[in-house]
Structure formats: structure tokens, C-alpha cells
Design a protein around this ligand. Structure first.
Ligand SMILES: Cc1cc2nc3c(=O)[nH]c(=O)nc-3n(C[C@H](O)[C@H](O)[C@H](O)COP(=O)(O)OP(=O)(O)OC[C@H]3O[C@@H](n4cnc5c(N)ncnc54)[C@H](O)[C@@H]3O)c2cc1C
Length: 417
């Protein structure tokens, strides 16, 4: 079933009884050509592009819980292409272009809203850094405008400009940046892949990886053994555990990142804003809730909830930047498990085991990468060659030290990213 205006009118006039389920619920087969482990955004996007671009449909996505129950449904939905370093710059540029055509590609409303992102800066050093980043973005073919204080005040009049410890010197404005509805992204990719014949298997946890003579043979799962010629691991915060099942270690630490939402308010914040002097960023969802977050909880954990000191820290930064927020009631907070790499950039590569591929290390920024991650990983798995947009994201950079992409210039310590 395709979604369009005619369907909405037809279903509306016939009691909405004709809508079909979004995806099938098949039992696992004994064998597939390709198994994708992880039914998050990236796993589902991989399945979509394997089937749509490469015509590969004897594919299963194995998800231990329900589709979209991981980080793809827990993030703060920011989509942008404002990375600076070669490797990241072209990849996120590729991703934003895919976002811009995604709703047509999937025939699904993912509520992609290019409302613009403004990264605020508060001293001369930060201004220089953002000017440099903006130039890199423009050179890459993306958009960036450097605003001074008056320019920011015109767009964001409600910030605290006058009585603040950290005056706002200006902001880097990325107009094509914005947000998307996270669940809808997972559902749209799932529906498209399932429609082409990919099996999406929920409640199916992978508990072991079968390897014979240096080559993958299949997986052990809570729903039995399944054979496969190729296996892609796309499990975000659980990547180290999956790698351990296959007998190797990844340069990944798992950390908690929290997010918060207030009660629904009338529209008051129509951009995404990041605070340069505190760990705080914010946007307003289409339901009206102010969605915001800060930094990692700063210790390794697999718990998908966070701790109160970080809540206090984020709330302090929020009130410093925009005192008006102190009147909003916080509705809920939650956490997700981040797969942090030493250089803060992702890994997409083959492994030393034939037929086993890894896609991980998205840190706190993988939502915006979802379409390009799936697109490039499907390319790698289908053709055994890296996609040009992701060819620098090799696993061996952490062994050789060459081609490290330390985007945040925080050095090789996971919890500083
Ligand atoms: C609070 C928060 C805010 C964030 N904000 C942003 C943002 O604004 N912008 C942005 O770009 N990024 C953001 N991110 C990061 C982004 O959400 C992640 O980088 C991205 O979603 C990770 O990829 P994924 O969607 O495939 O992960 P997930 O949705 O976590 O998918 C991995 C899946 O693998 C499954 N799995 C794990 N182990 C197994 C197993 N053994 N067998 C079977 N299945 C398994 C899990 O159940 C899960 O469903 C944020 C993250 C959090 C937590």
C-alpha cells in the first residue's frame, strides 16, 4: 500500500479499516544470504538499501527487542551536515542529501524539518573555530553562515544576552540542519525493506556467531541457529559484546547519554540551538515538548537510564542560556547506550573474519547518519568495497594511528568526546 492524499481521503471515508500493517512478522528461515544484526535505524536502513539499490532480498534483520526500541527511538533527532574533517565532512554531506529525498524514497512521512541549527559561540577562540568549521562546510558544498551577536539576537530573541557570565558573541547558522521524527525513520525503513521481501525478526537475540575456517557460517539466536553467508553487526552500544561473541575486541566504550523533554508548550523555539559554554542543546518537537540534552554521564555502562548530577548540570546550563525555560515542567528523561570510539568517529569496515562486517562507533551522533550509514554499509556488504563516502572509516586506523578523525579535538580518550 502506498501512502498518498487519495488514500487518506479514501480511508477517512471508509472508517480507516483498510490500512495495512507496516511490516510482516515472519518466522526466521534456516538460512539467508545476509543477516543484519540489530533492528535500529542503521540496521533497518542497511536492509532497505540492500534490497532497493542492490536487489538483495534474501536478507534478515535480527532484533533482540522490538524494531526501533534502541537509540534510534531515544535520541534528540538532530540532523545536520556540519562536520569539519575530511572523511566525516563528505559522509555527513552525503547523508543530508539522502535525508532530503528520504520521504519520497520511502513513501513515508519521517517529518524531516530543516528548521536550521545555530551553534552559539562565546569567545574569540570559539569564533575562530566555528569560522573554520563553516568554511569547511561551504567547501564541502553545504551551507553555513557566521552570525554576529546582533544576527543571533534577531533569530533567537529570547536568549539571555545581557546579564550572563558567558556573553553570546555569535553563532554558526546551518540552515539545512534540523530534526526528523526518530520512530518514523525506523518505521519507514522497516516498511520499505519488508515490502521488498526482507525478513524483520523481532525478539530474536543473537547469542553467538558461528565461524568455520575463518569464515562466518551463521548465528546462534534465542530463536535457534540461522545460517548466513554474510553478517553485518549494527548494534550500536552493544558492539563490543557482539565482537566478543566473534572472538575479537573493538576500540569501543559504551557510555550513557541522557535526554529530557518538557510538557507540551505552544511553539516558542523554532530552531535547534547548541550552547557553546555549557553542555546543552535544545529544539521543540512538533508535539510541543522542549527536547534537550547535554553530555555523556562519563562512565562506562549498559544501563539505559542516567543519573541525577547530569540532570542538574544540564538544567543549570539551560537556565543560564534561556531563563524562560525555568518555567517549563520536565516531563521525563531517559538514556541510551553510546558506542564511543577513541577519535569520536565511526567505524564501517570488513573484519579479519571473512563475511563479517562491522558498523559501529557512532557515539552520540548517529541519528543524522542513519540513511548514509545504511547506504554505505549496504554497498560494503554487497560489493565488498567501501563506498567512497565512508572509505576513510577503517577499523585499522586505531592500530596504525593513521587517518584518525578526532572531530572534537578532545584526544584519544573516549569519555572526553
Ligand atoms: C539521548 C540521546 C540523544 C541523541 N541525540 C542524537 C542527535 O540529536 N542526533 C544524532 O545524530 N544522534 C543522536 N544520538 C545518537 C543516535 O541515536 C545513535 O548514534 C544511533 O541511533 C545509533 O544507531 P542505531 O539507530 O542503529 O542504534 P540502535 O537503535 O540502538 O540499534 C541497535 C539495535 O541493536 C539491537 N541489538 C543489540 N544487541 C543485539 C543482539 N545481541 N541481537 C540482536 N539485536 C541486538 C538493539 O536492541 C538495538 O535495537 C543520540 C543518542 C541518545 C541516546
Amino acid at each position: 500500500m502506498r501512502f498518498n492524499g487519495f488514500q487518506i481521503i479514501k480511508q477517512g471515508l471508509t472508517g480507516n479499516r483498510g490500512w495495512q500493517v507496516h511490516w510482516r512478522d515472519p518466522a526466521p528461515k534456516d538460512e539467508y544470504d545476509i543477516i543484519v544484526i540489530g533492528g535500529g535505524g542503521h540496521g533497518l536502513a542497511t536492509a532497505h538499501y540492500l534490497s532497493s539499490v542492490h536487489g538483495l532480498t534474501n536478507v534478515a534483520v535480527l532484533e533482540k527487542g522490538y524494531l526501533g526500541g534502541g537509540n534510534v527511538g531515544r535520541n534528540t533527532t538532530i540532523v545536520r551536515a556540519n562536520y569539519m574533517l575530511p572523511g566525516n565532512s563528505e559522509f555527513y554531506s552525503h547523508s543530508l542529501k539522502l535525508w532530503e529525498g528520504l520521504e519520497e524514497d520511502l513513501n513515508y512521512n519521517v517529518m524531516h524539518s530543516q528548521r536550521g541549527i545555530i551553534n552559539l559561540f562565546h569567545n574569540d577562540g570559539q569564533r575562530d573555530a566555528f569560522a573554520r568549521r563553516g568554511n569547511a562546510m561551504v567547501n564541502q558544498g553545504d551551507d553555513a553562515i557566521l552570525l554576529d551577536t546582533a544576527g543571533v539576537r534577531e533569530v533567537l530573541p529570547y536568549l539571555n544576552y545581557d546579564q550572563t557570565r558567558f556573553p553570546i558573541y555569535g553563532g554558526l547558522y546551518h540552515k539545512r540542519g534540523g530534526t526528523a521524527r526518530h520512530d518514523a525513520v525506523a518505521w519507514g525503513f522497516a516498511r520499505a525493506a519488508s515490502g521488498r521481501g526482507v525478513d524483520l525478526i523481532q525478539n530474536c537475540e543473537v547469542t553467538g556467531v558461528d565461524i568455520e575456517a575463518g569464515k562466518v557460517a551463521g548465528v546462534q539466536t534465542t530463536r535457534g541457529a540461522i545460517k548466513a553467508k554474510k553478517i553485518g553487526m549494527v548494534v550500536a552500544g552493544r558492539s563490543s559484546q557482539l565482537a566478543e561473541m566473534a572472538g575479537f575486541r573493538l576500540p569501543i566504550e559504551s557510555h550513557v547519554l541522557q535526554a529530557f523533554v518538557t510538557e507540551g508548550l505552544k511553539p516558542c523555539i523554532d530552531h535547534v540551538i547548541t550552547y557553546g559554554m555549557g553542555h546543552f542543546y535544545i529544539s521543540q518537537s512538533d508535539k510541543g515538548g522542549l527536547v534537550f540534552g547535554g553530555d555523556l554521564d562519563m562512565y562506562s555502562s549498559y544501563a539505559s537510564r542516567g543519573n541525577l548530577p547530569l540532570v542538574e548540570h544540564v538544567a543549570e546550563a539551560a537556565v543560564t542560556l534561556m531563563p524562560m525555560i525555568s518555567k517549563a515542567k520536565m516531563l521525563r528523561s531517559w538514556g541510551g547506550i553510546m558506542d564511543m570510539t577513541p577519535d569520536g568517529s565511526f567505524i564501517m569496515d570488513k573484519t579479519h573474519i571473512e563475511g563479517l562486517y562491522v558498523n559501529c562507533g557512532w557515539c552520540y551522533g548517529g541519528f543524522k547518519a542513519t540513511p548514509a550509514s545504511g547506504h554505505c554499509f549496504a554497498h560494503l556488504m554487497a560489493t565488498d568495497t567501501p563506498h567512497p563516502a565512508a572509505e576513510k572509516h577503517r577499523l585499522d586506523r586505531f592500530v596504525t594511528g593513521r587517518h584518525i578523525m578526532d572531530e572534537e579535538t578532545t584526544g584519544a580518550q573516549h569519555n572526553l568526546h
